[in-house]
Write a protein that binds this ligand. Structure first.
Ligand code: NDP
Length: 448
């Protein structure tokens, strides 16, 4: 060990990198982490956390309207984007401080510089200093992909969405995945006119078709426009400051903001990985084995840079497994089976396990149980949108192999139910559980 400056050098202080650094240091390793932007990474600084706060903020638009039906005298309300934006950014600062403190409390040295890999055990910092480490962990995450066409630089990505000077009156969102649907809901609730443009014919391709269809139908009812099967041709800035967007198959659209939510690309460019023999895949992701080890024995990678499952809790588990295995004497691998997922759209969706079509392809015989209902609160509020819960079971054993939900608080409810699905319980086990009445979650034990 004495031959190296550090036992572990981590590049990137996001969810995976901070967990790996902190736990490795707690096991007694000498650890440094280099971060060129802010400690916390995408999730904390410009992803899940500020996005969820915007989702909460957006939901007040409906809550304030509904409150009148529950007897509250709510005067005409006005939304002030700058107040929410600044409060959210202040909370991000607070979390950035907590993450920094947490690393320091565990004895991790934080180096606020870009680092590149210059050897199997060597890292060179932006200042020119070179350090050595027994192990190097790549945890640099990913960045938004922006399609290349004339004027695409006039658009923004989710990175910039949190810092907008003013709320755009008209927003065009490119893409039909997680970020597109979450920001479509956010901007729509704040009063912007939203148009979602996607290259394929569906939103949220990997999700169960019934959930996707329900979200699309509710989103259209709420006033969001969709353009499918459309490619971007050109964006130009008009004299009045607006953006004119030319699309294939549709008339040009004039908007105030174009937000690209067209996937994320691993941050490996210019990191020196290929030069030292680390294999990357065709998307630039670091190829790793089940122990997060790359093609170079001393170099590992966790999180979005490996493009396995681009979710924070997965990156955290990978970082934990890395530290436990290399420094804690507790080797283990991340179990990727039955990872729950959620889209914080309006209303939100959540799912775990196989979709109905996946199950049909894999198992042949499946049994589907559904509940299509209007949440009690929505009934009194005069809100017509309906929730949908779907349970996918093995047709023979009745084991629950998938659970999918769209409706108020779906992610909160699904997290608990995911334990049962992960544990391999059957439909009978759900049926034998007495309902908790009156809740939305009780539909899970009353599915027909
Ligand atoms: P997604 O992969 O969810 O969706 C990308 C969308 O962009 C798809 O609709 C895709 O179309 C389209 N697209 C992809 N490439 C192009 C292209 N070159 N030109 C035009 N359209 C394109 O990506 P997001 O950017 O929404 O999110 C990135 C990742 O971040 C997610 O995969 C997820 O892992 C994570 N995330 C998770 C969240 C959560 O857990 N709630 C929230 C936000 C992000 P097509 O329909 O053809 O595939």
């Amino acid at each position: 060990m004495a031959d190296y400056d550090y036992d572990l050098f981590v590049i990137g202080a996001g969810s995976g990198g901070t967990r790996a650094s902190r736990v490795s240091a707690a096991y007694g390793a000498k650890v440094a982490v280099a971060e060129e932007y802010r400690v916390g990474g995408t999730c904390v600084i410009r992803g899940c956390v500020p996005k969820k706060l915007l989702v909460y903020g957006a939901h007040f638009a409906e809550d304030l309207k509904d409150a009148r039906r529950f007897g509250w005298d709510v005067p005409e309300c006005r939304f002030d984007w700058a107040v929410l934006r600044d409060n959210v950014l202040a909370d991000v600062d607070r979390l950035n401080g907590l993450y920094t403190q947490n690393l320091q409390n565990n004895g991790v040295e934080i180096i606020a510089e870009r680092a590149t890999v210059t050897g199997p055990h060597e890292v060179t910092l932006a200042s020119g200093r070179t350090v050595t480490a027994k192990y190097i962990l790549i945890a640099v995450g990913a960045h938004p992909h922006v399609p290349d066409f004339p004027g695409s630089d006039l658009g923004i990505t989710s990175n910039e969405a949190f810092h907008l000077d003013a709320l755009p009156k008209r927003v065009l969102i490119a893409g039909g995945g997680y970020i597109a649907n979450e920001f479509a809901g956010i901007f729509n609730e704040f009063g912007s006119h939203v148009t979602v443009v996607n290259r394929s014919e569906v939103i949220l391709r990997g999700y169960d078709h019934s959930m996707r269809d329900r979200l699309l139908q509710i989103s259209i009812t709420k006033g969001i426009d969709f353009r499918f099967h459309s490619e971007f041709k050109k964006i130009e800035k008009l004299e009045n400051g607006a953006l004119r967007v030319e699309l294939s198959k549709y008339e040009p659209i004039e908007v105030d903001c174009v937000l690209f939510a067209t996937g994320r690309v691993p941050n490996t460019k210019g990191l020196g990985l290929e030069e030292v023999g680390v294999e990357l895949d065709d998307k630039g992701a670091v190829k790793v084995d089940a122990d997060n080890q790359s093609s170079v024995d001393s170099i590992y990678a966790v999180g979005d840079v490996t493009n396995r499952v681009q979710l924070t809790p997965v990156a955290i588990r990978e970082g934990q497994a890395f530290a436990d295995t290399l420094f804690g004497g507790k080797p283990h691998q991340v179990d990727y089976h039955c990872i729950p997922n959620a889209v914080f759209s309006h209303p939100p969706m959540a799912g775990v396990g196989m979709t109905e079509s996946e199950a049909k392809n894999k198992l042949g015989s499946v049994a589907i149980y559904q509940s299509d209902f209007r949440a009690m609160k929505n009934v009194l509020a005069g809100r017509h949108e309906r929730a949908l819960y779907k349970m996918v079971c093995d047709g023979v054993t009745k084991k629950v192999v998938g659970l999918h939900m769209i409706g108020p608080d779906a992610p909160e409810i699904l997290q608990a139910a995911a334990v049962a699905v992960k544990a391999g319980l059957t439909k009978d086990a759900f049926d034998q559980t007495v309902a908790l009445h009156p809740t939305m979650a009780e539909e899970l034990v009353l599915l027909k």
